[in-house]
Design a protein around this ligand. Structure first.
Ligand code: UDP
Length: 397
């Protein structure tokens, strides 16, 4: 079993007082008191890369800080072909039409069995995140409550694959989806609950201007030229090619630069392939910066987000898209795909623009680059909206 380093860490809830206020702080402490004695375990498939790891690496320590005994573990995968299968599951749930062989499903279930010991038998409540460890339900103890948390945009899920997963999901005690836009009908209780960003993490805490300048210098980014940024794993559903096309349209009228900052996740085998596609499509344009960053580049990503004039998340499917909340928290105007969990984080035309096409994206970029007033207003409103709805203490409550 891969034990996560953060298991024994804890973060003090009092550190959030200035952001959430005394009443909310008090409410959280009271709720946590009622849960004292309960042991919680989170299980997912990677401790680095992607939104689920991003949430858990702060959520588990804050739960501990509140006095709720919480651990976070990841499944141990010896056969990397498992990730090819689970990425295929991910892609079909987001609408692709792919066939699975019996061998692929056999491998999926074999890895579940191999990981049965990852389940902490003393845990009272076990949260299983996403489909990769979904089959662990077979190995629950009688006294345990199992909750499946789905972080994937299921609005157009492949029927056959979903039926297979549904059989497992319905053995859980409850399921959680980020939004009603893609929640599935299940015979178990269903909850709608958006995830969150942590305003105090390295990814989101305030930075010194000097540090932001240094990061731009390190990556040869011109601080004088408007910056359009998208931060995403290199994944086709994040539409990196569409982002470059939109930038190219804008570039005809405004001298700007584009940063595509991404990296790998342990459980995403397609990253390199997509990265190479992007490099090829960018064709040596010196104003396109494609940064393949190490997974722990939280401060660098924070700095890039702080330096950007406009932040994109032009996804074609999106479970949530934490990067949207991260950008809005930094008071940046956001242009994002009108899909999945993104729609929950933004009020169109108020805190940013939701777009369906490359042309719409280019139009909105031009509009924001041409009006600092609109950008500032949207960023400010966006910050307030995220603060009310999508920060970690609110999520935990
Ligand atoms: N992220 C990162 N490095 C990267 C790409 C993404 O740290 O190279 C972070 C990003 O800042 C966000 C999370 O990973 O916190 C991605 O979550 P999101 O919900 O946006 O997308 P997912 O990867 O889960 O589909």
């Amino acid at each position: 079993m891969k034990k996560n380093n953060n298991n024994n860490n804890s973060i003090k809830i009092e550190d959030y007082k200035d952001i959430i206020g005394a009443d909310m702080l008090h409410a959280l402490i009271c709720i946590a008191k009622r849960l004292k004695g309960i042991k919680v375990q989170h299980i997912n498939s990677t401790k680095i890369g992607g939104g689920v790891a991003e949430i858990l690496y702060r959520m588990a320590p804050l739960m501990n800080g509140l006095g709720i005994n919480t651990s976070w573990d990841v499944i141990n995968v010896k056969d990397s072909r498992f990730y090819d299968v689970t990425k295929k599951i991910h892609n079909t749930l987001q609408g692709e039409n792919l066939e699975f062989s019996a061998e692929e499903w056999d491998l999926y279930f074999k890895v579940q069995q191999q990981n049965s010991k990852v389940i902490d038998k003393t845990a009272d409540v076990v949260f299983i995140h996403d489909p990769q460890p979904l089959g662990l339900i077979k190995y629950r103890r009688m006294h345990q409550k199992f909750i499946w948390r789905c972080h994937i945009d299921m609005s157009n899920a492949n029927y056959k694959v979903w039926q297979k997963l549904r059989g497992m999901a319905e053995k859980y005690d409850a399921a959680i989806f980020h939004t009603q836009y893609f929640a599935k009908e299940l015979s178990i209780p269903l909850y709608i609950l958006g995830p969150s960003i942590d305003p105090l993490s390295d990814k989101n805490k305030p930075l010194e201007q000097q540090f932001v300048k240094k990061v731009l210098k390190d990556y040869h980014i011109n601080p004088q030229k408007p910056i359009i940024l998208q931060v995403s794993r290199f994944d086709r559903f994040k539409d990196p090619i569409g982002v470059i096309m939109a930038y190219q349209m804008v570039k005809k009228e405004i001298d700007c630069q584009l940063i595509l900052a991404g990296g790998a996740a342990d459980d995403d085998p397609e990253g390199i392939e997509v990265y190479n596609e992007i490099i090829k499509f960018a064709q040596d344009d010196k104003d396109i910066h494609i940064l393949n960053l190490p997974p722990d580049s939280h401060l660098i990503i924070n700095a890039l987000q702080c330096a950007a004039d406009v932040i994109l998340q032009k996804s074609l499917k999106e479970g949530f898209g934490l990067t949207v909340s991260e950008a809005l928290w930094k008071k940046k105007p956001v242009i994002a795909g009108n899909v999945g969990g993104i729609k929950k984080q933004m009020i169109d035309n108020v805190t940013g623009f939701l777009v369906n096409t490359v042309e719409g994206c280019a139009y909105s970029i031009r509009q924001l680059l041409n009006s600092k007033d609109i950008s500032a207003k949207m960023g400010k409103l966006g910050h307030e909206y995220i603060k009310e709805n999508f920060i970690l203490p609110v999520h935990l409550r």
